[in-house]
Each structure stands twice: as C-alpha cells, then as structure tokens.
Design a protein around this ligand. Structure first.
Ligand SMILES: C[S@@+](CC[C@H](N)C(=O)[O-])C[C@H]1O[C@@H](n2cnc3c(N)ncnc32)[C@H](O)[C@@H]1O
Length: 247
C-alpha cells in the first residue's frame, strides 16, 4: 500500500480553504447511534475541528478532538478555545480503558500508518457497549468522484492509499469488534460552479499534486470545456459509514 508522507502541520495552514465541516455527515453519524449529554465521544484525527464542533453542538455530548498534528489542533483551538483537544497518534491513545461511548473518524483511516494498532487502541478505550464509526470511501465510491472523471490517475492513486471496505472489516473483526456494519450513503447533489473550477485550477485538491502534470493539464482542459459548453456538473459525494461495536 502507498505510504503516507503528508506534512499535516503544513496542510493545516490551508486545510479550511478546501474542507469545511459537513453537517450531513455529522447527522448521519448521529442517526446511527444513541448519544446523550452524558456520553463521552472522541473525534479521532479531528483535523481543524470542523466536524468535532458540529458534532458537539448537534449531540450536546462531551466531544474530544484528537490529532497527531499540532498545526491542525491549533486551528481547531482558534475556532473554540474551550474545545478539549489532545495531541497523540491513533495507535497510542493517552486514555484509560473503557472510557468512551463513541469514537468516530471522518476521512482519516487512509492516513493511519498502523490501522490494526489504531483499532486495538480504539477497542481498548471504548466502553462496553461502545461504538466506532469510520467514515471513508470505498474503491467504487472513489471511482464515482467528479475528480476521478476528469483526472482518472487520481483515482488510481487514491485506491492505493485507501483501504477498501472489506479490508477494514477484516481488521475490525481481527481486533475483536463483534459486529461490523458498513452502510453506503449518497449525499445530496451539489452543483459545481466556478469555485470548483477555481480550486482545480489552483490544484487546491491534494490528490491533484500527486498526478503527472500532463494528466493534470489534460483533465483541467476537459473540465474547462465542460464548463464552457454549459454542461451542468452536479456531484453527489458518496461515503461508507462503517459501524462496529464492542458489546
Ligand atoms: C483528511 S484529515 C481529516 C480531518 C477531519 N477528520 C475532517 O474530516 O475534516 C486527516 C487527519 O488525520 C490526522 N492524522 C493522520 N495520521 C494520524 C495518526 N496516526 N493519528 C492521529 N491523527 C492522524 C491528520 O493530522 C489530519 O488532521
């Protein structure tokens, strides 16, 4: 599998220019689990805290954000100084066993260098009963991305980075989770306008830096032609919510 060499502290400076919190994603997580204001929740790989904050407000539970990158956590702290944040790697969690009701991670699994070790640590810190929700994209869902249409080389690279759903399921069972339930979900369609073209033109999506310049330039030309011809580019993001339980 492709090894990650991303400098997250550097990425933190521009992360919020291309990513925002996703209320639909957060509500999907909340729909799948029962949390109260007494629940303790961990947002693993919380980044700049976008979904951490949305989840805290929507659920009224106590949500901690954990990330390996100080830069990301600094940005999260700037948004809400009282947000509890912890710097640590996912495979060495500084928490006592059996303490969390829910751990969720959005767009994180493909960044983890030690997925099995991270699952073992997650299992350890979850209460019994406790739930883990991993939000990721299956290989089929990566193929359906708008960027994969114009930049097919990016899909190939991302499929080497992202573990597919069956691989994740195997590791969860190996860890000891009793039940694993992957739920594919299609988000509401969004019409892509000039801001999308602008982001692509600035190579604002990280995967566009990983493809060869000629592949990027060809895709950009095709995208410009699609916009110029008045084609309506509408995109529904697809994710898989992989639920697993410690019972
Ligand atoms: C694509 S960002 C997702 C951030 C956030 N979950 C979101 O949805 O906006 C991936 C995050 O995983 C974090 N990360 C990468 N490796 C990690 C590790 N081993 N332990 C904890 N966090 C890690 C990165 O620092 C980064 O903030």
């Amino acid at each position: 599998m492709f090894k990650n060499t991303i400098d997250y502290d550097k990425v933190s400076k521009v992360y919020d220019q291309v990513r925002t919190g996703d209320p639909e994603m957060v509500h999907q997580i909340l729909d799948g689990v029962s949390v109260t204001q007494d629940s303790l929740v961990l947002d693993m790989g919380c980044g700049t805290g976008n979904n951490t904050l949305l989840f805290a407000v929507a659920s009224q539970s106590l949500v901690l954000g954990l990330d390996i990158s100080f830069g990301m956590l600094e940005k999260a702290h700037e948004k809400k100084s009282s947000l509890p944040l912890v710097q640590a790697p996912a495979d060495n969690l500084p928490f006592t066993s059996d303490s969390f009701d829910l751990v969720f991670m959005t767009e994180v699994i493909h960044h983890l260098p030690n997925i099995l070790g991270s699952f073992e640590e997650t299992y350890r810190i979850l209460k019994r009963p406790g739930s883990l929700c991993i939000v990721t994209q299956s290989h089929a869902q990566i193929d359906h991305r708008m960027t994969s249409r114009f930049f097919p080389a990016s899909a190939k690279i991302d499929k080497a980075r992202y573990p597919d759903v069956d691989e994740i399921e195997d590791l969860l069972f190996k860890t000891g989770f009793n039940e694993v339930n992957p739920i594919p979900y299609v988000f509401k369609p969004v019409r892509l306008g000039n801001d999308y073209l602008e982001t692509v033109t600035k190579r604002g999506y990280s995967m566009l830096h990983k493809i060869h310049t000629e592949d990027y330039e060809r895709g950009l030309r095709d995208l410009q032609v699609a916009f110029a011809s008045g084609e309506e580019l509408s995109y529904s993001a697809e994710y898989t919510f992989i639920w697993s339980y410690k019972r």
